[in-house]
Design a protein around this ligand. Structure first.
Ligand code: NAP
Length: 177
């Protein structure tokens, strides 16, 4: 989904470290993309890869994170790692549309990162695209190209809380994602 953002960052700055299971194949021959191939559900492996990237390229200054809710610890671990660097890096955290459900009462566990003096936490909410007719059931999910363009916009404008597509009215949301 974020392949385009990785390439855009590499083109406009770099070096860019890509952490995913298939990172080796994705990055091969595409310097300054650097692979951190691992399964982020494995705490030792992900920590080793982050350290490897820092030793090679120095402290991170911008991170774009799309991490399944099944592994919430990783985002906090990442935030701690970034906070320890002392350079107030930016952490762009993508969340799916379910995160913004209108009936949600509890604050998110991630909200405490907003006030961190050690990192600049930014949130990017994925929404959906309504059909011009406004007919319920006709709207669709964002394409990967739309998501990448929205993430790039959030980075350039340094938005604290950026929505790609729309999240209201909620009843126009596609049936499942
Ligand atoms: N509005 C919305 O809420 C909205 C809009 C659009 C899309 N979506 C959803 O977003 C998802 C798009 O995700 P996707 O198709 O890119 O697939 P994905 O399975 O969510 O993977 C996303 C990225 O994370 C990596 N990854 C996944 N599990 C990993 C793990 N255990 N360890 C390390 N890296 C891991 C994947 O690479 P590797 O496989 O190489 O590890 C990939 O680069 C879809 O499920 C779609 O339904 C939601």
């Amino acid at each position: 989904m974020l392949a385009g953002v990785s390439r855009w960052l590499a083109k406009n700055g770099g070096p860019v470290s890509v952490l995913s299971r298939g990172a080796d194949a994705f990055c091969a021959g595409h310097a300054p993309l650097h692979a951190l191939g691992c399964d982020y559900r494995e705490p030792v492996a992900r920590w080793q890869q982050l350290e490897r990237a820092r030793q090679r390229h120095g402290p991170f200054d911008l991170v774009v994170a799309w991490i399944h809710m099944s592994t919430p610890d990783f985002l906090f671990e990442l935030a701690r790692t970034l906070a320890d660097q002392g350079n107030q890096p930016r952490l762009f955290h993508l969340v799916g549309s379910g995160f913004s459900h209108p009936d949600r009462r509890r604050p998110s566990r991630y909200d405490r990162l907003i006030d961190s003096p050690h990192i600049r936490y930014r949130r990017i909410r994925l929404g959906f695209v309504p059909h011009p007719s406004g007919v319920q059931g006709e709207s669709r999910w964002l394409s990967h190209a739309e998501i990448c363009a929205g993430v790039e916009c959030a980075i350039v404008t340094d938005a604290a809380d950026h929505t790609i597509g729309i999240l209201r009215p909620w009843n126009l949301r596609p049936a499942s994602d």
